[in-house]
Each structure stands twice: as C-alpha cells, then as structure tokens.
Design a protein around this ligand. Structure first.
Ligand SMILES: Nc1ncnc2c1ncn2[C@@H]1O[C@H](COP(=O)(O)OP(=O)(O)OP(=O)(O)O)[C@@H](O)[C@H]1O
Ligand SMILES: [Mg+2]
Length: 419
C-alpha cells in the first residue's frame, strides 16, 4: 500500500511495507516533488516536478500547470485547458500527476500497487460539506482511473500527528498545525506511544478545523498588493478617474492555478482593449508582454521567492527584466505582513476554533507541532502560538511530516487487513 500527500505546492509518496514506512525518492534523491506538470510540446513529452519547472524556465514551448489541488471541489476540474492542438481537462492533468507517483512506487516495489491512502485538508472547500464531499470524490475517482482499487483518506493534520507521535516518550495533548500551500489545518490530538499503532484512534482526536488559506494565497496577496500595480492593476481608464481597469486578469495572473487560463483568445482581446483605453498604457504593455510570453509562472515564482526571503530577512528585491527592461521591485516585511494580515487573521481564527471545539482549555495543550512550508513565517507561527501560549513549540519536517504520517497509517491499515 502507498501513501500520497498530494499537496497544493509539493507532494510526497510513501511506501508501507512490513519492514517499515518510508518516503520514496521522487526525483533523484529528492523525497519531495513540486506539484507541477509541464506539457513539453517541443519534445512531445510530459514532465513532472523540478524537471517540469526547469523545462518551463528554459522556455521550451509548452504549458506549465501548478497548484492543481486548488481546483478540487469546483467545476474547474472538468474545465479543459488548451495544450498545443489538444484540450485537456484538469481532471486528466491531475490524473497524470498521480499516475506518475504510482508508477514510481511500482518501480520501487517491483509490483502493481492497488491500495492508496491520500491526505486531505480538513476542508477542501471552506464550510461547505457538499463541495467538500465533491472534492474528495473527485480525487477518489481520479485515483480509481489511475488503477487504484482501494482508496483511503486521512486528514492531513492527523497524519502529521502520527508522524509526531512516532517520536514521543509519553502521552501528551498536542495541537498540530499544518500550514501549507493551499490550506491551514489544525487538530488537537492525544498522542501516546502506547496507542501509536492502534487502528482506531477516534477517541484521541479532540477537534479538527481548517481554512482554505495557505502560502499560495500569501503569494497572491503579495502580488496583488505590490507587483500587479506595476502592470496596471488599480490604474484607470483614460479620462475616467472613477473607472479602474478590470481586475480579473490581474487576479488570474496572481493565482497559481489560474495562470494557465490566461492564454485564450478572449484574454488577448480584453488586453488589447485595456491597452487602447488605459490612462497608463505603458503598464498594461507590461501585462501584455507577460501574458504573450507566458512568463506568468516565472512572475509567481519570483513573488514566492520574495516571500521566502522575507521569512528570514527584513527586506529583499526581485529583478523582473522579463516584465520590463531594468524593472526591480523592493519588498519589506511590514508591507508584506500588511498585505496578508487578513489571511493571518483567518489562520488565527481557525486555530482558536480548534482549541474551543476540543473542549479543553488552551493551557492544557502541551505541545504545538508545526509543519507545512508556510509555518516558516514567524508572524504565522506567532498567530498559532497565541492560541496556546503555554505549549512548547516543536517544528516538524515541514514538507515530509504529512507524508510520513500517512505512510505510518498505511502500514497500520495493511496489518489490519492481513490480521
Ligand atoms: N521559508 C519559507 N517561508 C515562507 N513560506 C515558505 C517557505 N518555504 C516554503 N514556503 C511556502 O510553503 C508553501 C508550501 O508548503 P507545503 O509544501 O507544506 O504545502 P503543500 O503541502 O503543498 O500544500 P497543502 O498541504 O496546503 O495542500 C508554499 O506556498 C511555499 O511558498
Ligand atoms: Mg501539505
């Protein structure tokens, strides 16, 4: 049985076996692969992970798609995107990615693998049980179309709890915070070395909450706040100070999973019209260049890089010559924190709700276990700590904890079936 942490930004793959649970290398020695796929039209092949991103940055003709987990639970899954002469539905793009992981596992194991456990956020779609169920069933049916016959799901923070639990020496109450690329998920769990391998842990799970806010949203709001205005966002039509240019193109360009939709003819005619009537056509000219030359993902990556720089420094800058010759934008932490304050608040609310729902008082939580790439941001960590100020903070494997925990669970499930 295998475990797949299909993440918005990164994915891992675990193989459960009687010898133990481990993550498998996915690209050379890397245990983590960016959830990216590139349809390389020049070489007529499909590439995954870092190879996909490299081919895109080397300007091979083709299409890059990222953050596709974000479309689960929406009709976008069935929407087709033009790739060369073909139109391919996003469901099929996700299928290719999952099938790629399955293939790696099968090559490792030397046999077919029909059983899988996937991680899932507490909410794929915030507070909407119907769409949430739809998202899971979409992923399940994609898994079936890859050839899996048995498909399980587990909440991502519970999986992270299982990983944390494998190293604890005594029973404790832990608040698990998994703050990733697409969602922030929280669980309060009684972790215990004695109960670690029991198949049914329901009584140890006191609460789960989650919110559809993650690192890709931080990128989006940093981009909209500090980059898109340099491409015309919030500027006006000529002679009409009360009429801003339409925002949809800027939103799409700032949203990882929507960038690929900007290539259509409709966008080109909208851009031409915006350029013709804009008060600042030179800014719209930059926007047109990015769309025409398909450097939207490069721009999103540069914004992400600025965000990551700000997680360990007060300021940074990025060079954007592919937007405009000599264009350099400076970023600083206070402006960044302001741009994303609404998102940080939502994360804080969700974690407080988790503590409330657990029925235990905040000071009884022993440990705050942090995982997920976005937990690298100090102000996000602070927002989590404030909910359980007495708890000691443990930083887990930011990109591997969920996958490792899922693999532990896969092992337990496997043993339960054998028994
Ligand atoms: N040092 C850092 N500072 C800030 N953000 C970071 C840092 N390193 C990674 N990130 C962000 O973490 C996010 C990816 O984290 P992770 O791999 O945990 O997400 P994921 O598992 O793919 O997403 P999800 O679980 O929400 O579907 C990205 O948005 C990335 O930009
Ligand atoms: Mg994750």
């Amino acid at each position: 049985m295998i475990a797949i942490d299909f993440g918005t930004s990164n994915s891992t793959l675990g193989l459960a076996s009687p010898q133990g649970s481990r993550l498998l290398p996915l690209e050379q020695d890397h245990l983590v692969i960016p959830s990216a796929i590139f349809f390389n039209l020049e070489e007529d092949c499909v590439q995954f992970g870092r190879a996909a991103i490299t081919a895109y940055t080397r300007h091979y003709e083709g299409r890059l798609l990222r953050a596709l987990k974000s479309v689960l639970g929406s009709s976008l899954v069935e929407e087709a995107t033009q790739i060369g002469q073909e139109k391919i539905a996003l469901r099929e793009v996700i299928r290719k990615f999952i099938a790629h992981l399955k293939g790696i596992a099968e090559r490792h194991a030397g046999r077919d693998i029909a059983r899988v456990i996937f991680g899932r956020p507490v909410w794929f779609v915030d507070d909407d049980t119907t769409l949430d169920r739809l998202a899971q069933s979409q992923l399940e049916s994609i898994a079936h179309s890859c050839g899996f016959t048995e498909v399980h799901f587990q909440y991502e923070p519970i999986a992270a709890a299982l990983d944390y639990e494998s190293g604890v020496a005594k029973e404790e109450l832990a608040l698990i915070a998994d703050i990733g690329g697409g969602t922030s998920d929280f669980s309060i769990v009684r972790v215990s070395p004695k109960r670690h391998r029991l198949p049914d842990r329901r009584q140890d799970i006191l609460a789960n909450t989650g919110v559809h806010v993650g690192g890709t949203d931080f990128d989006k709001w940093l981009s909209l706040g500090q980059v898109m205005p340099h491409l015309g966002y919030k500027s006006h039509y000529r002679g009409k100070a009360d009429r801003e240019l339409p925002s949809s193109v800027f939103f799409d360009l700032a949203t990882w999973h929507r960038i690929a939709f900007l290539n259509g003819r409709q966008t080109s005619s909208l851009l031409r019209e915006m350029h013709q009537y804009a008060a600042r056509p030179e800014l719209v000219h930059r926007l047109m260049r990015v769309v025409r030359e398909q450097t939207g993902h490069q721009l999103a990556s540069d914004v992400e890089r600025a965000k990551i720089d700000l997680s360990c420094g007060a300021s940074t800058s990025v060079q954007l010559p592919y937007v405009d010759e000599g264009l350099v934008l400076a970023f600083n932490s206070p402006d960044f924190e302001r741009s994303v304050a609404g998102l940080t608040d939502k994360i804080g609310q969700s974690i407080r709700e988790c503590v409330r729902n657990s029925g235990v008082s905040a000071d009884r939580v022993d440990t705050l276990f942090l995982t997920g790439g976005t937990s690298s941001l100090s102000f996000v960590r602070d927002a989590c700590s404030r909910a359980v100020p007495q708890a000691r903070v443990i930083e887990g494997d930011k990109f591997g904890s969920v996958g490792l925990g899922l693999t532990i669970q896969a092992n337990v499930l496997m043993k339960a079936t054998v028994a």
